[in-house]
Design a protein around this ligand. Structure first.
Ligand code: CU
Length: 286
């Protein structure tokens, strides 16, 4: 490879580590994670980058080793083969070194799984609970408890009904809304078959299983529009039950909630007023 080609290749690899996509939505041709939007997502991305370096070094090393053995110790180069059957030192090294590498990876991975899964203990007034139901083929979100329960149904906007700023296959009629800087706890289940609620910019995903209650949590740091999709194949329209999550400052969230008690349409109209649908708004989230 020419020197310039090496340089652009190296720069390309480096950009994988530092850029990601610019908005809180998938981008055509994107190869890396979306820009992390929570502390958990940043930690997941950092771990991913670390493991990517480890596996790249191992792959290059093993490939070079294999090439060296093939060239140096083939039949032509070695007409008279050696007679030894093993080498204790080499065998100890190639057992112990991979064990140490795996222990190192586990040391980074287990605390991260815990961080993703278990919401930190915070006062209850810092917690917002939302129930999530997967349906064939839409999501239903439930706010409040007891007599105070209000619900929204969240369905994909068909291609021919997309309004300005909406994204095909990702935008929904009534998005799920959550407040900024609160610990949001999602209790997730399904009404019919298994679905999965996933939010890539937050690095969270959990199966929605009929008859079981799963939990996710997140703490959003920027108001904005975030997108995810059902991530467990659930039938004919699995590809058409996206997730649109709106993060609002707390006062606006409370206003939205007040309107939701009147009607979902009222609430979504308010949402469009304070946080217009549009690419600019998505980009402004970062
Ligand atoms: Cu589904």
């Amino acid at each position: 490879m020419r020197r310039g080609a090496w340089k652009s290749w190296a720069l390309g690899c480096a950009s994988l580590f530092v850029t990601g996509s610019a908005a809180a939505a998938p981008t055509p041709g994107g190869v890396n994670f979306q820009t992390p939007a929570t502390e958990v997502a940043r930690d997941v991305m950092a771990f991913h980058n670390e493991v990517l370096i480890i596996i790249t070094v191992i792959t290059v090393f093993v490939t070079l080793l294999l090439a060296w053995v093939v060239i140096r110790y083939n039949k032509r180069a070695n007409p008279v083969p050696k007679k030894f059957s093993h080498n204790t030192l080499v065998e100890i090294v190639w057992t112990v070194v991979p064990v140490l590498i795996l222990v190192w990876i586990a040391k980074g991975s287990f605390p991260l799984l815990y961080e993703q899964d278990v919401m930190p203990k915070v006062p209850e007034d810092q917690v917002v609970d939302i129930k999530v139901y997967g349906h064939q083929w839409y999501w239903r979100y439930q706010y409040g408890q007891g007599d105070e329960i209000t619900e929204i149904e969240s369905r994909i906007v068909p291609k021919d009904q997309l309004k300005a700023g909406q994204i095909d296959q990702l935008s929904v009629d009534n998005p799920i809304v959550a407040p900024l800087n609160k610990h949001v706890r999602l209790s997730i289940t399904a009404q019919d078959v298994i679905h999965a609620w996933a939010m890539p910019p937050f690095a969270i995903k959990v199966d929605a299983v009929p008859g079981r209650l799963n939990q996710l949590w997140f703490k959003a740091e920027q108001p904005g529009i975030y997108f995810g999709q059902c991530s467990e194949i659930c039938g004919a329209n699995h590809a058409y039950m996206p997730i649109e999550l709106r993060i609002l400052p707390e006062d606006q969230y409370n206003q939205w909630l007040t309107r939701l008690k009147m009607s979902p349409a009222e609430a979504t109209a308010y949402l469009d007023q304070v946080q217009p649908r549009g690419a600019a708004q998505v980009a402004a989230a970062h």
